[in-house]
Design a protein around this ligand. Structure first.
Ligand SMILES: NC(=O)c1ccc[n+]([C@@H]2O[C@H](COP(=O)([O-])OP(=O)(O)OC[C@H]3O[C@@H](n4cnc5c(N)ncnc54)[C@H](OP(=O)(O)O)[C@@H]3O)[C@@H](O)[C@H]2O)c1
Length: 251
């Protein structure tokens, strides 16, 4: 069991804090956001403290600030040399964090999503996955990505999730307009996609195999995959990933 601190108690800190409290760790969270901090104190016994007190008491510290304020907030704080730091903040490099968190040197980058609380959230970890493996596995699979450039590109795939949700919502809206039952249309559409994805394996090539098993010659599934290809959906996705990836990596 470790004493685990959070600087920035917002949307992504809360599910991580709840998961770690449930798995037996002591949680200490910074005072902002006051409402989220109070809820964590009540639901999982978290201690609420000023930023510096979190750093003075925690063995492992999660940095969960919005990137635009992170440097200003962190540069006013004092870290400990043996402390282990995990940053979930997009766009703040290991080199920047090394300067901001000195003398702490053990720094890991990762990209959680809130469903990590229920398990099944893949956690890319840079430069290694040892600490995250200890804290979040086996419920959440940890993927070590030693190269920081490669790691940063995983944020672009994360941004693809709301893009795909938007597409799925368009499908549900289409069905609702045809059936007049928006609730059932959304339930059917989202459950179909999530249920399907939950059952497929993780061997390389699985996505293409599952697609080809459905999109056989003469099928409406093949008509759909071809229409999306020829309509430019895949080109639009690749262009968006290229643009976001270049912005994230300064490329
Ligand atoms: N949300 C996600 O699903 C997700 C996923 C992966 C990574 N991330 C990363 O996680 C980071 C946080 O995102 P978020 O969505 O959790 O944002 P958020 O909900 O706004 O959380 C940021 C927290 O920082 C607090 N804060 C502001 N100023 C502070 C200060 N001086 N000292 C301590 N805390 C302060 C905010 O409090 P107030 O509300 O009082 O301002 C808020 O509770 C971002 O860097 C983002 O890139 C988020």
């Amino acid at each position: 069991m470790s004493r685990i601190g959070f600087i920035g108690t917002g949307h992504i800190a809360a599910p991580m804090a709840r998961f770690l409290a449930r798995t037996g760790h002591d949680i200490i969270v910074s005072e902002r956001n006051a409402e989220v901090a109070a809820a964590l104190a009540e639901t999982c016994g978290a201690t609420v403290a000023p930023n510096q007190a979190v750093l003075d008491r925690a063995e492992v510290v999660f940095l969960c600030l919005r990137p635009q304020i992170a440097k200003a907030v962190l540069s006013g704080l004092t870290f400990q040399s043996g402390q282990r730091i995990v940053s979930v903040m997009a766009g703040i490099s290991l080199a920047d964090l090394g300067r901001l968190c000195a003398p702490a040197r053990d720094i890991t980058l990762t990209i959680p999503l809130g469903f990590l609380e229920q398990g099944g959230c893949p956690l890319p970890a840079c430069p290694d996955g040892d600490l995250l493996e200890r804290l979040f596995a086996p419920e959440n699979p940890v993927i070590a990505v030693p190269d920081e450039h490669a790691f940063t590109l995983h944020f672009a795939i994360c941004a693809m999730v709301p893009g795909l949700l938007d597409l799925i919502a368009t499908g549900a809206d289409w069905l609702a307009a045809e059936t007049g039952d928006p609730e059932m249309a959304e339930f059917y559409t989202s459950q179909l996609v999530s249920g399907f994805l939950a059952t497929i394996g993780r061997a390389p090539g699985t996505l293409a195999q599952e697609r080809d098993a459905l999109a056989t010659e003469g099928s409406i599934s093949l008509r759909m995959t071809r229409a999306l290809q020829s309509g430019g959906a895949h080109d639009a996705l690749r262009a968006a990933l290229d643009g976001i990836g270049a912005d994230l990596t300064g490329g």
